[in-house]
Design a protein. Structure first.
Length: 224
């Protein structure tokens, strides 16, 4: 079901590695910050959701803009910049995420990470799909989705192990003690995604297809 020959294409292989690390960082960080705000800072689920809107809701605003910009200047600058911003935001939270730090400061850091994520979400999958022939788009899309799921499961497992090694759920301070190094692990995943994205350069023969709008690729994928 998974044609391994597709991974002979460097852009396709590296793009899926970027997807793996990027999605892992997103899902693990989302799990951790929700846990921190509710278990360590005492917010209700609704209050935590409202406070974390700058992180979780950013893609609705930024992703369409990022997709349009990438059509003009190329995928790699947008996705790499976004992933480096994601890593920077997570590092900020990991360094400053103590109970004495205002939630406003954490929200600013998470906003930076959210903007970065929003820049990468529409561009990384498009770069991966543009690396294959139109007849292979259905299989390529399935593989890329599989890498998203694997990345999320793997990163959450790693982040949870880091959390357990440094903190516990018994007290708010214990939650924060585990939260900070665990989020640093998420920053590491984001940094790996940013570095791997620098290698996503479409071949010259595919340059014209690489500039196609995101909507066109999506329509072809749905048809397959």
């Amino acid at each position: 079901m998974v044609p391994l020959r597709l991974f002979r294409n460097r852009v396709f292989a590296v793009g899926n590695a970027t997807t793996f690390f990027m999605t892992g960082a997103i899902f693990a960080a989302g799990f951790l910050v929700t846990e921190e705000f509710q278990l360590a800072r005492g917010y209700s689920p609704v209050s935590a959701g409202v406070c974390l809107l700058p992180f979780f809701a950013t893609p609705m605003v930024i992703s369409p803009i990022a997709g349009a910009v990438s059509d003009r200047i190329g995928r790699r600058p947008v996705m790499a910049t976004g992933l480096f911003l994601q890593a920077a935001g997570f590092v900020w939270v990991a360094v400053r995420g103590s109970l004495s730090t205002s939630w406003v400061e954490l929200d600013i850091a998470l906003l930076i990470a959210g903007i970065g994520i929003s820049m990468a979400l529409p561009t990384v999958p498009t770069a991966v799909l543009n690396a294959v022939a139109p007849s292979e788009l259905g299989k390529a899309s399935g593989i890329n989705y599989m890498m998203q799921r694997f990345g999320a499961v793997f990163a959450i497992a790693v982040a949870s192990a880091v959390f357990a090694a440094h903190g516990h759920l018994s007290t708010p301070a214990g939650v924060t003690d585990g939260f900070r190094p665990a989020l640093a692990a998420c920053a590491g995943f984001a940094l790996l995604a940013a570095l791997s994205s620098l290698a996503i350069t479409p071949p010259k023969t595919q340059h014209a297809r690489a500039l196609e709008p995101v909507e066109d690729v999506t329509q072809i994928t749905m048809q397959n």
